[in-house]
Design a protein around this ligand. Structure first.
Ligand code: B12
Length: 253
């Protein structure tokens, strides 16, 4: 059955697929998988290489490549879930590629319901590098992951034992926010400030300013580039303006 599942996933156009038994998924800060799906047995983890679009100095072109990837991976999740349910007699649940995220206290959108990096490691698709991203031996760090949980009890693929990252530190030097300075940890606030300039922090600051201004100044603020950009970011979802911690990774060349 695992061969059929993998063959189907690859036929959808993903670059690689791995399987992890739920017992091998270990992500200490993430919620238990059983809280999401009590009968969970395995994770089918898919991987897609990101294209050259993220190298564009034009942030809209770079982000548009990411939006296409999100749409594509959402389609993969749906088709794979349907395959698992119709052809394998399983129950299946797709994992959000990025969002929705739990915005509750202590989480604040920084911890996914399933950690796709830890899922990828458990499915043998790679291991963590200096940039705290999961690197794949064939494609390097320019890869994104998706996953579907199912109640089949499948064995995990063999772990990736080879050290993929060369610890050249180019990712650390390339990070404009200094978010990777401490080894083994990404500073989320430093990262967010640069990578999502029209994220929630900017929105809070903007509306705090609006409240303090005169009616005339408020009118001007509502036609400013800042407001228009916030409006756009809110209508299309999270918007990344930075891809530098993996775009310059020499393993992608
Ligand atoms: C929230 C989130 C963020 C937050 C918080 C990041 C964080 N510290 O986890 C912010 C906004 C900062 C962020 C930034 C980015 N993200 Co993000 N993000 C997520 C999301 C939605 C949840 C992550 C999560 O649950 N983290 C909380 C827990 C799991 O982290 P943790 O327990 O603290 O574990 C961390 C450390 O302890 C350490 N770690 C743990 N075990 C080990 C083991 C070893 C050996 C080492 C060295 C380190 C290490 O690394 C972990 C990650 O920092 C995932 C999607 C998903 N559902 O997984 C995408 C995801 C992780 N993001 C991704 C990407 C690509 C990015 C960005 C490049 C932005 C962009 N342009 O796309 C940057 C990269 C920043 C970086 N270099 O770390 C990809 C990563 C793909 C990959 N190849 O690994 C994911 C998986 C999305 C996807 N569908 O593919 N992200």
């Amino acid at each position: 059955m695992r061969a059929r599942i993998k063959e189907f996933a690859l036929s959808l156009g993903v670059d690689a697929v791995g399987i992890a038994n739920a017992a091998d998924y270990k992500s200490p800060r993430s919620p238990d998988l059983q809280e999401i799906f009590p009968e969970v047995g395995s994770l089918v983890v898919t991987m897609m290489r990101e294209g050259s679009q993220i190298e564009s100095p034009n942030p809209r072109i770079a982000m548009s490549g990411r939006i296409d990837m999100i749409e594509f991976m959402r389609g993969v999740n749906l088709k794979l879930s349907r395959f698992l349910e119709k052809e394998c007699g399983a129950r299946a649940m797709g994992v959000p590629f990025s969002y929705p995220l739990n915005m509750g206290e202590g989480k604040m959108g920084l911890i996914g319901d399933v950690s796709l990096r830890h899922a990828a490691v458990a499915a043998g698709l790679g291991n963590f590098g200096r940039n705290n991203l999961v690197l794949n031996p064939e494609f390097g760090s320019r890869v994104l992951f998706g996953a579907v949980l199912c109640d089949l009890d499948l064995a995990s693929d063999p772990p990736c034992i080879e050290e993929v990252c060369t610890y050249c530190d180019i990712c650390v030097e390339d990070c404009p926010a200094g978010a990777l300075d401490e080894e083994g940890r990404t500073d989320p606030m430093k990262c967010l400030k640069v990578s999502q300039p029209y994220g929630i922090g900017k929105a809070i600051g903007f509306w705090n300013q609006v409240l303090k201004k005169s009616p005339e100044e408020q009118k001007r603020m509502l036609v400013s580039e800042d407001f228009m950009s916030l409006y756009q970011a809110q209508s299309i979802g999270f918007q990344y303006n930075c891809f530098k911690c993996y775009a310059g990774c020499p393993l992608n060349k």
